[in-house]
Write a protein that binds this ligand. Structure first.
Ligand SMILES: Cc1cc2nc3c(=O)[nH]c(=O)nc-3n(C[C@H](O)[C@H](O)[C@H](O)COP(=O)(O)O)c2cc1C
Length: 359
């Protein structure tokens, strides 16, 4: 079959990365989405937090910052979509250019700084999606963050929990983008305890009939002590899960000089092993008590499976789709079915953490 993405890719790669992304969003909004066969396989299904995930492969935050293309993204075969990061007020983010590709290493560096249309527009777009007659089969997570000018982070997170919790299948507290000054400091024990206390309290007060699970998205750049402290804090605060992780500040020597000098967070293939390793560490120290969504450098079924075996219940990707194209979720799910079969696992659930248990 003719692969249109292979034909379009050289042209897309000649233009600035963010412009190419905006063109993709426009095309998706117009319904220009490639036809991807749906894989309906009971082996890939999972019930987690009371939600039914038709497959474990999700689109991670940053792709659909304003919740504009949730419906079309599901048509690409993802089991769940995480929209955002949204902040209470609209903001323009850092000066452009702010997204850089390194095709040789299938990597991206971005320093976007949460450009988005703000919470009201996000809610309006989400309502449009939710009110459509036939809602696609899949889970919608909402990723929330704070405005750059906010001095009291809990105010922004609590505002967004109040506004969006009723519409969310799950909520993600993003405290790990490297491009908002001070954001990653919220991962320290006391600020994290304070923030989670406020957010959990707000969720309890604002959700009467529907309480979405609350996840925290962490950086992959945490040492063992920090990870241990955060793990204890998350369990004490009764959060429902963790996303590991965001982009990294690392700059491997192997990256071309011009690219590695760019400021921002690195994603894609150079992040694959680092994020798998932090998933394994977190799964081990938490004794598998908190479900993990594994993300970072997934571009194949094998890479997704490695994260699941290291302890991830679900996986997400973004950069992989830039390089492999819109059929990536479908292809990964197909490969996962083969890998499960080869290992004699009846389901994804049976494979979660298997590499840690087997040592
Ligand atoms: C251009 C770009 C923008 C991103 N924006 C966000 C964001 O707004 N919120 C967020 O939580 N993560 C954001 N991320 C991080 C991704 O969700 C993901 O955690 C990270 O890129 C690692 O996964 P990947 O290697 O599959 O891209 C962004 C990543 C990229 C490349």
């Amino acid at each position: 079959m003719l692969d249109l993405y292979k034909l379009a890719r050289p042209a897309l790669f000649r233009i600035d990365a963010e412009t190419a992304h905006n063109m993709t969003l426009k095309a998706m909004k117009c319904g220009l989405v490639p036809c991807v066969d749906t894989i309906n396989a009971p082996e890939l299904e999972q019930k987690l937090w009371g939600l039914r995930f038709p497959n474990p492969v999700g689109l991670s935050a940053g792709f659909d910052k304003n919740a504009e293309v949730i419906g079309p993204a599901f048509q690409l075969g993802f089991g769940f979509i995480e929209a955002g990061t949204v902040t209470p007020k609209p903001q323009s983010g850092n000066p452009k250019p702010r997204v850089f590709r390194d095709p040789q290493n299938e990597a991206v560096i971005n320093r976007m700084g949460f450009p988005n249309a703000g919470a009201e527009k996000f809610k309006e777009n989400l309502e449009k999606f939710l009110s459509a007659k036939a809602r696609p089969n899949g889970v919608v997570g909402l990723n929330i963050g704070m405005n750059k000018t906010q001095k009291h982070p809990a105010k922004d997170y609590c505002f967004l929990v109040r506004l969006l919790a009723p519409m969310a299948d799950y909520l993600t507290i993003n405290i790990s983008s490297p491009n908002t000054p001070g954001l990653r400091d919220l991962q320290q024990r006391q600020p994290l305890m304070d923030l989670l206390g406020a957010v959990m309290d707000t969720r309890a007060k604002s959700c009467r009939t529907h309480t979405p699970p609350l996840l925290v998205k962490l950086a992959p750049d945490l040492n063992a002590t920090q990870l241990q402290e955060i793990c204890e804090t998350l369990i004490d605060a009764n959060v429902d899960g963790v996303i590991l992780g965001n982009t990294t500040l690392d700059r491997p020597e192997s990256l071309p000089a011009q690219f590695r000098e760019q400021k921002g967070g690195l994603s894609g293939q150079p992040l694959t092993d680092k994020s798998t390793s932090i998933i394994r560490d977190f799964y081990t120290i938490s004794n598998g008590q908190l479900p993990i969504i594994g993300v970072g450098g997934i571009a194949s079924g094998r890479q997704a499976y490695d994260k699941i075996k290291a302890g991830a219940s679900l996986v997400q990707l973004y950069t992989g789709m830039i390089y492999k194209g819109p059929k990536i979720a479908h292809n990964i799910n197909q490969e996962l079915l083969d890998l499960l079969k080869a290992d004699n696992h009846q389901s994804i659930s049976a494979a979660i953490g298997s590499a840690v248990r087997e040592g």
